[in-house]
Design a protein around this ligand. Structure first.
Ligand SMILES: Nc1nc2c(ncn2[C@@H]2O[C@H](COP(=O)(O)OP(=O)(O)OP(=O)(O)O)[C@@H](O)[C@H]2O)c(=O)[nH]1
Ligand SMILES: [Mg+2]
Length: 459
């Protein structure tokens, strides 16, 4: 009864513009946990600190306070805010541990209303903000809905060159021993599927991001389930004797099950409930890793963008009616570069998502790009060299040594392969800065992100 009442209240709040579901995604290690932790931390402190000057409602002192309230969606795990804060506040400070699944946290933000219509009801309002963390890898699967098993297999094999071909060898060796016409043996298939999953993991470890199916590397609650035990095959057209119980038929069945029960289910049960989306992108690691990694990140982003293309007869429109009307792309970890490079980082990100951007604008989704650091690990300043004053950043390395450096120029356009020959971008991991327990953590433009994403809901 209590739950139904809460759900009814949620519906009313949504109608009154008083409830927003903000989804946070990005490929693994993009900075999702750090961002949500910082965002919650900033909002909890904003009534007592001037920590969010770029969020208009905070700057105008209209935010009365924010507090955490229990989430209403009981089917999704809680976002580990306390655990992440404990790590950031430990001595020495540590980064929060990697996360693997979807999770959620709810804030109630009390603010003074500006809008006259709302003022008629009361001079203060409450915005319920649900923040949902989910792996960007899950969005890589959407295009699979338009491909049958044979077409998907062909696409996977077409992409298997360069580092991928090398990494795929152990799996391919076993795959080539398999006869698709043969009667399916669960154990053999599970074994080959695990080699395929290893291959996808190795791609990620080598700095490649486009991995399909995305759930194989981040299975969440589906770990070990047979629906994740399939793999692409070659020479499918030659398997003319494949009967009902054959290897080919079982793989096809699992692929279709994956399309329906995993991909579509995610879009129906989670994605369809999101109002706003922030996509976090770590552009700096692929700049460090080299050309192949960079181009791969770009194609992964292109795949991710499909989820925001709602065309009239689009794939997503057929499953549900999408609601997301604002998408913000944020280049994370900007405290790794000097402030004079922020502009370049934003234009690089814009270039990476440019083609898909245009079609989304057409669909009336508002899109924008910023650079941001959720949890600052460095200070910026200048150093005097024989060539004059140069900008620099300073912080403690993960090993605890003080380091001052100019990490290099960020290209403002998609770099050519010779960029990696000429200048190597020097990207070092820093330890988060130590913080006082009663102070909000230091950030760069988390307030700008908030203003773009929910500023209009705090009017
Ligand atoms: N300097 C700096 N590093 C950051 C920042 N945000 C994230 N990082 C680094 O990036 C790593 C990954 O950040 P997470 O927030 O755990 O990323 P995630 O997207 O949640 O990663 P998964 O849970 O593994 O998918 C951290 O361990 C830090 O090393 C930031 O604002 N500044
Ligand atoms: Mg995480």
């Amino acid at each position: 009864m209590k739950r139904i009442r809460q759900e009814v209240n949620d519906l009313i709040n949504r109608g009154l513009d008083a409830h927003v579901r903000l989804a946070v995604t990005g490929l693994s290690r993009a900075g999702k946990t750090a961002f949500i932790t910082s965002l919650v931390n900033q909002l909890l402190h904003t009534s007592t600190h001037d920590n969010l000057p770029l969020l208009a409602a905070a700057r105008d002192k209209r935010i009365i306070g924010a507090k955490r309230v229990p989430q209403t969606n009981l089917m999704v795990p809680r976002f580990g805010y306390d655990e992440a804060m404990a790590q950031l506040q430990s001595m020495p400070p540590e980064w929060p541990v990697p996360t693997r699944d979807v999770s959620e946290i709810r804030l109630a933000i009390k603010y003074k209303t500006k809008k006259r219509t709302k003022k008629l009801l009361s001079s203060t309002s409450t915005l319920y903000l649900d923040i949902i963390d989910y792996p960007g890898e899950w969005l890589l699967d959407l295009p699979m809905l338009e491909l049958d098993f044979a077409a998907w297999s062909a696409q996977q094999f077409n992409a298997m060159h360069g580092i991928r071909a090398e990494l795929a060898k152990p799996w391919l060796e076993e795959l080539d021993k398999l006869d698709l016409n043969e009667e399916a043996n669960e154990k053999t298939l599970a074994h080959i599927a695990s080699l395929y999953t290893d291959y996808l993991h190795k791609c990620k470890e080598s700095g490649l991001h486009w991995v399909q199916p995305g759930r194989f590397v981040l299975p969440g609650e589906l770990e070990g389930a047979p629906v994740l035990q399939f793999f692409p095959c070659r020479n499918i057209e030659a398997a003319t004797k494949a009967g009902k119980h054959s290897v080919l038929s079982l793989l096809k069945k699992r692929y279709e099950e994956y399309q329906n029960k995993v991909i579509k289910a995610f879009y129906k049960h989670h994605f369809s409930t999101f109002d706003r989306q922030i996509v976090l992108v770590d552009c700096l690691s692929p700049l460090n890793d080299g050309h192949e990694s960079f181009m791969d990140m770009r194609s992964a982003l292109e795949q991710i963008m499909h989820s925001f293309r709602y065309g009239r007869n689009g794939l997503l429109k057929r499953i549900f009616s999408p609601k997301i009307d604002k998408v913000l792309f944020a280049a994370t970890k900007a405290d790794h570069i000097t402030p004079d490079q922020y502009g370049n980082l934003v234009s690089l990100l814009q270039q990476m998502i440019h083609p898909a951007w245009q079609s989304a604008a057409y669909e009336n989704i508002e899109m924008s790009c910023i650079s941001m650091a959720s949890v600052r690990a460095t200070k910026s300043g200048h150093i005097d060299t024989s060539e004059g004053r140069v900008p620099a950043i300073q912080g403690l390395t993960e090993a605890g040594e003080s380091l001052t450096l100019y990490p290099g120029e960020v290209p403002n356009k998609l770099p050519n392969p010779d960029f990696w020959q000429k200048s190597r971008f020097d990207f070092t991991s820093f330890r988060p800065a130590s913080m006082n327990h009663d102070e909000p953590c230091q950030h760069i433009r988390v307030d700008k992100a908030l203003d773009t994403l929910i500023g209009d809901k705090l009017q």
